[in-house]
Design a protein around this ligand. Structure first.
Ligand code: NHW
Ligand code: EN5
Length: 388
């Protein structure tokens, strides 16, 4: 049933529960000289292209491909609409490789018809910090689906990752593949319930009127925690210390240094928002919360074309209760005009989801590692990794 995935060094369904298999790499690295030097073959009408994300023009082509062909919900009401600024940020972290931004063009028209990307990351699996590629934005144009193009793209990105002497990868998907290290649930907190109901994102609850629903989701005008403020460049060392210490409790988590924190967590307009709590007297940074901006196109609504969604990213509470910290995150997200605040049940998120009136969504997110076996599947709460 998985003609491609059966051939790959990933945990196979037949091995689930086999405790004779050790945790760690499935295959050893091969000498670099043995890595295939030429790209994999594409059907003859198509050619490989390396997408230069510094070029506004190329970035726009990737943006348009994804805007029209990327991930939809199961009823095809919404489609992710990552912004150009977001893609520039997501694809160019510290130490990124331009060669991992891989496109496919139609030879005749030069139109971009498919894309896959990787970015380098250090990911800790229990006590081992492993250099990995985070693979994302795999997309094949709707008119070229089911032609087995995806396996060729996956093999090509794998080859280019190997050329950088990296042998493991992490990725997420809404579909089940061999085999998830964990399966997470999406939760949604309405900020603009009327719009969410109007566009079919949510429904009026039983025995609920619109005005009762609006009242239910009302939030204060400003955050309640004293010392709650936007993160600044000068906070990078303190936030890095706070985050590293906090993340050490999870089985799988990124190993962020100051350079990573500056890139991934310093606020960037319409891309990522981060806030912290600075204690009044000691000026210590005691708590942190963040979310990224990922709008979705609303497919075929007369009134609205985009759903503005914030996605919970990395949060740390040491002094402010997580519940109060995340309530402040909801307040600032509402102020920034987001329609909905989304979160996964990763890390300690379960502790606030129900109380803060998040409801479970109809989507799940499966997390995967390539060429790294995990002995038992994790609980979502053991996972400290959020991919974009
Ligand atoms: S998940 C989002 C993926 N993108 C979308 O869903 C966008 C809309 N859909 C499409 O564009 C985030 C197409 O349907 C795609 C498949 C391109 C998804 N991951 O070409 P065929 C990511 O970007 C397998 C992995 O005929 P298609 C993460 C499928 O199981 N595999 O299908 C990406 C089957 O193999 P099987 C997926 O519909 C991680 C084969 O593809 C998959 O025209 C990538 C069918 O291919 C998915 N999301 O195109 C892996 N969806 O064995 C990275 C389908 O079952 C691995 N398939 O026969 C690591 C690499 C780096 C390693 C480094 C050491
Ligand atoms: C890798 N980076 O299905 C990404 N989203 O629940 C690739 N549902 O928005 C993997 N269907 O439940 C992506 N509203 C996998 C996710 C693909 C997108 C997806 C789900 C996640 C989603 C919404 C809309 C459903 C529309 C019909 C949903 C209910 C909200 C409600 C609010 C009030 C309280 C109860 C819940």
């Amino acid at each position: 049933i998985h003609k491609f995935w059966e051939t790959q060094p990933v945990g196979q369904f037949k091995d689930v529960g086999d405790s004779s298999l050790a945790e760690g790499p499935i295959e050893p690295p091969t000498p670099l000289s043995e890595v295939k030097q030429e790209p994999y073959n594409l059907p003859s009408a198509y050619e490989w292209t390396t997408c230069d994300m510094d070029s506004e023009e190329t970035c726009l082509e990737v943006y348009n491909l994804l805007k029209n062909n990327y991930v939809e919900d199961d009823e095809n009401l919404f489609r992710f609409n990552y912004s150009r600024e977001f893609l520039g940020w997501a694809l160019r972290p510290p130490g990124y490789f331009a060669s991992w931004h891989i496109g496919v063009r139609a030879k005749a028209s030069k139109k971009l018809v498919a894309f896959i990307s990787g970015v380098p990351a250090r990911i800790r699996v229990r006590e081992h910090v492993v250099k990995m590629a985070e693979i994302n934005f795999l997309c094949v144009h709707k008119k070229l689906r089911s032609k087995r193009l995806a396996p060729v793209m996956i093999k090509e990105v794998t080859r280019r990752v190997h050329l950088e002497n990296i042998w493991q990868a992490a990725y997420t998907a809404g579909v089940v593949l061999p085999t998830p290290i964990t399966t997470c649930q999406y939760w949604h907190r309405s900020l603009n319930p009327k719009k969410l109901i109007d566009v079919g994102f949510s429904r009026l609850g039983a025995r609920m009127t619109m005005s009762r629903t609006i009242k239910l989701y009302k939030l204060p005008d400003s955050p309640v925690t004293p010392g709650f403020r936007k993160m600044e460049l000068r906070d990078v060392p303190a936030v890095t210390r706070l985050l590293r210490n906090y993340m050490s409790q999870f089985s799988v988590a990124p190993d962020f240094d100051e350079t990573d924190v500056e890139h991934w967590l310093l606020p960037k307009e319409s891309v990522v928002d981060s806030f912290l709590v600075e204690s009044q007297y000691t000026r210590e940074v005691t708590d942190f919360c963040s979310f990224y901006t990922l709008p979705s196109s609303i497919l075929g609504n007369q009134t609205y074309s985009t759903l503005k969604a914030a996605y919970s990213y990395y949060n740390v509470s040491t002094k402010t209760p997580l519940l109060q910290l995340m309530n402040d995150a909801l307040i600032v997200a509402k102020k920034k005009d987001f329609d909905v605040f989304n979160a996964l049940d990763v890390m300690e998120n379960e502790s606030f989801l129900k109380e803060l009136k998040f409801g479970p969504g109809d989507g799940q997110l499966h997390y995967y590692l390539y060429n790294y076996r995990i002995r038992h599947a994790l609980k979502p709460s053991e996972l400290g990794l959020v991919l974009l």
